[in-house]
Design a protein around this ligand. Structure first.
Ligand SMILES: NC(=O)c1ccc[n+]([C@@H]2O[C@H](COP(=O)([O-])OP(=O)(O)OC[C@H]3O[C@@H](n4cnc5c(N)ncnc54)[C@H](O)[C@@H]3O)[C@@H](O)[C@H]2O)c1
Length: 285
């Protein structure tokens, strides 16, 4: 079965970006948010992003309306019933994702694939809440999804080869480079990246150097496009904390114990770009 209509669940950073990628790949998107206001906000953000690309000459003006028209925002999960592929990007919380997959399993009878964009949680545990674990896999995009070339396709214990192949075909149709990985917390990228990001916070807290110098050092010394503290702000500090907790739970490696400063910032509501405050101040930008 070819994927023509993709259901996306969640209205945060990742779903917004993935919606743009999928619509630009020529597929129809049904975007499910819990509230009318966040559904509207996502469409407004999409329109703004497409307008910017036209302005910069990266998108034909004629394509802009076509891409926008492929995306329909809804609030009722039942609207995803006809989608051949559903990808969720809701909060990084196993209980929330398990409940969502229980609901999707009931609703999405036409779906060839039910996928999660989780960064670290067990795809197998999520799949086990459905009656079709062979059709569940991880399709892990990176942030910002329209820019980052990689997708990790995650194969849980019961994921079938046909599901992995279909997920790969979908991600490649979205113009992404695909890597296959088994179902271990953090997969390839985050299991390697997060000790580094966590240690950057510990270094800042210990007074090794200033925020700006830590970021400048890793950009200038390693040729990284962003410093670790800038990157944490982009990912979201709450999501980063959840990722570290899941990594620590799986590997018991002290490198994954979240930096106390990161925990403090999250409890203070400083979540990075999305809240306007993180290691940097975005409130005036
Ligand atoms: N931020 C990143 O860099 C990144 C990259 C790749 C994958 N991910 C993964 O994508 C997923 C979403 O991350 P994000 O950065 O878009 O987060 P976000 O905080 O921007 O958005 C989270 C979304 O979840 C929704 N939500 C919160 N509680 C909910 C609940 N109880 N039931 C249903 N929906 C709920 C929110 O309304 C929001 O739409 C997570 O699993 C995360 O690990 C994040």
């Amino acid at each position: 079965m070819a994927v023509k209509q993709v259901g996306l669940v969640g209205s945060g950073i990742m779903s917004s970006g993935v919606a743009e990628v999928v619509a630009k790949a020529g597929l129809d998107v049904v975007l499910r948010s819990r509230s009318e206001s966040s559904a509207e906000a996502m469409l407004t953000a999409l329109e703004k992003s497409l307008a910017k690309q036209v302005e910069k000459g990266k998108l034909e003006a004629s394509e802009r309306a076509a891409v926008r028209d492929r995306v329909r925002a809804v609030t009722d999960l039942a609207e995803l019933a006809d989608c051949q592929l559903v990808l969720e990007s809701v909060v990084e919380d196993l209980t929330v994702k398990k409940q969502l997959f229980t609901d999707l399993d009931e609703i999405c009878t036409a779906a060839e694939i039910l996928a999660t964009n989780t960064s670290t949680l067990s795809v197998g545990e999520i799949a086990a809440t459905t009656k079709r674990p062979e059709r569940v896999c991880g399709i892990h995009f990176f942030n910002p999804a329209p820019v980052m070339p990689l997708v990790e396709v995650v194969r849980a214990e019961k994921t079938s080869a046909a599901t992995v192949a279909a997920a790969r075909t979908f991600a490649e149709a979205c113009g992404k480079t695909v890597v296959d990985v088994v179902d271990r917390a953090g997969f390839i990228v985050n299991s390697l990246l997060f000790p580094y990001l966590n240690n950057a916070v510990k270094a800042l807290d210990a007074g090794l150097a200033t925020r700006d110098d830590i970021d400048a050092a890793m950009k200038g010394g390693c040729n990284f496009p962003m410093g670790p503290l800038e990157l944490l702000d982009l990912v979201g500090l709450d999501t980063s904390l959840s990722i570290l907790e899941a990594l620590h739970a799986e590997y018991q490696d002290p490198n994954y114990v979240p930096a106390p400063m990161l925990e403090q910032m999250v409890s203070d509501g400083r979540l990075g770009r999305k809240s306007g405050q993180g290691f940097y101040d975005y409130s005036k930008k």
